[in-house]
Design a protein around this ligand. Structure first.
Ligand SMILES: Cc1ncc(COP(=O)(O)O)c(C=O)c1O
Length: 475
């Protein structure tokens, strides 16, 4: 069955009818209607709406439903919901679905959760109990939540209704999900797994995929590693809890979902099913080549999964590089760019490359990658290191004065960052990349946070949430 692509076929059948399109989108499928369509082949024709035979994302009973069923079957979930607003909308719907029927409940979350969690918390009006993530002491790499931490937090928080996990993290680190899920079952917590960076796991390492491990709600960002279009993602449930996330998705997703986005999920799923073994091999080959190339480098080093402390794994689609000479991640990124390579992200210490089956499909792609790494290394050998010290691993968590929902309902004023000590934050303050907030609405701004933010800015980092150096605080 997995060779079938019902949604792609429904669109093709619709196009074959040659209908005069008196419906949205307004370009009417005409390539001339937008100069960009010239670059995009048939995209104008494929950009459709809920025309006859094309089903309805919000009440699917045709090809969209079949596409979702095939996807669920392929990844070992009971149900799959196709998303056109990224994993972000899946996270909002999951938090709402898990907590909406328990007013005033708490939810346990690791502090390295994506910013979309904050939106979910504000909408669901629940109380976050943030758990500090473990760091790798020698390298300062944020690792994740340990089962011991979760066990303790669950025991101390009887109001907790759900627990949220990031798996793998943006840096590629995997927590011990089977153990964490077992604790959720012990305390009757609904488990939500942000598997945005692990959409490939059901295909490359099925035994490690969150849905197969029994997580209640799983969010996979397919556009990140599966070859579907930007913004595409899926929300999976495994049927153990009747959470009905569709009730929330229909409120949160657009009423005009893009058919090219949806069809790209359908096609990507069929393609992965057909080429699973080949793609696994391609990823292994890329990692091997990368390791070999980096062995020849003097400055650039790759984090080896074996270097991580016990209890943490590493995802094979990520390559986390650092400098043996103490260069910042931004310096590494600069050198890589000079060598023609654009990394996924760089922070003060690390630079991350995103490996993909697609790298192997590109003729000459792997040798070019190897060459670029060696060129960047040569540049770095001539570049004095400007290390950035940000002691994030030893900073406390901000104190919560109001819940995110309470804070979002308060009036706001803007204050220069340096004058915000003692104020309550009205929004997020997020180093970007990697996009993991340091501060959120309702949290007390303490001097240590201002200092860390100033250090980051002085070193050349970016902080989302500041406007002309000012931070929104509660009035
Ligand atoms: C851990 C994590 N979760 C969720 C998201 C949101 O994914 P999307 O961009 O598909 O909305 C991201 C985005 O990078 C992420 O890093």
């Amino acid at each position: 069955m997995q060779h079938k692509t019902p949604l792609v076929q429904a669109i093709q059948a619709y196009l074959a009818k040659g209908r005069n399109r008196q419906h949205m989108p307004g370009h009417k499928g005409q390539a001339q209607a937008n100069p960009l369509f010239a670059h995009w082949g048939d995209l104008a024709a494929w950009d459709l709406t809920e025309a006859e035979g094309l089903d309805d994302l919000h009440a699917p009973d045709g090809p969209i439903r079949q596409a979702a069923e095939l996807l669920a079957q392929a990844v070992g979930a009971r149900q799959a919901y196709l998303l056109v607003n990224g994993a972000s909308v899946g996270i909002l719907a999951a938090i709402l679905a898990a907590t909406a029927q328990s007013p005033d409940c708490a939810i346990l979350l690791p502090r390295n959760a994506h910013r979309a969690c904050w939106s979910g918390l504000a909408l669901a009006d629940c109380r976050p109990v943030w758990l500090p993530v473990e760091y790798d002491r020698p390298t300062g790499l944020p690792l994740g939540l340990t089962p011991a931490q979760l066990q303790q937090a669950a025991a101390q928080t009887p109001a907790a209704k759900a627990a949220f996990f990031v798996y793998p993290s943006y840096y590629g680190v995997c927590v011990q999900l089977p153990e964490l899920l077992a604790i959720c079952r012990q305390y009757e917590l609904i488990s939500i797994v942000d598997e945005a960076h692990g959409a490939h796991l059901p295909f490359t390492a099925p035994k490690l995929a969150a849905a197969r491990l029994g997580a209640d709600l799983v969010i996979d960002s397919w556009h990140k590693s599966m070859g579907s279009l930007g913004q595409t993602a899926v929300l999976l449930t495994n049927g153990q809890a009747d959470l009905q996330p569709e009730r929330w998705l229909t409120m949160l997703q657009t009423s005009s979902p893009s058919y090219p986005l949806l069809a790209s999920l359908d096609a990507a799923r069929a393609d992965w099913c057909a080429k699973q073994a080949e793609r696994r091999q391609a990823l292994a080959q890329e990692r091997e080549l990368l390791t070999e190339a980096l062995q020849k480098c003097q400055v650039l080093q790759i984090l080896q999964p074996t270097e991580l402390p016990d209890g943490f794994g590493y995802d094979e689609t990520k390559a986390l590089l650092h400098s043996a000479a103490g260069h910042s991640g931004w310096q590494l990124a600069q050198a890589l760019r000079q060598a023609g390579l654009e990394p996924e992200f760089a922070d003060w210490r690390w630079v991350l490359l995103l490996l993909s089956f697609a790298d192997c499909q590109q003729p000459g792609g792997l040798p070019a990658l190897s060459k670029a790494l060696q060129q960047a290394d040569a540049v770095l050998q001539q570049t004095p290191a400007q290390p950035v010290q940000l002691p994030m691993d030893s900073l406390p968590l901000p104190r919560q004065q109001l819940t995110p929902a309470e804070a979002m309902r308060q009036p706001v004023r803007m204050l220069p960052l340096a004058q915000t000590a003692g104020q309550v934050a009205a929004g997020l303050l997020t180093p970007y990349p990697p996009g993991i907030p340091w501060l959120g609405p309702g949290e007390l701004i303490e001097p240590w946070l201002i200092e860390a933010a100033e250090t980051l800015l002085q070193a050349g980092g970016r902080l989302q949430g500041l406007t002309d150096g000012c931070l929104p605080v509660l009035a």
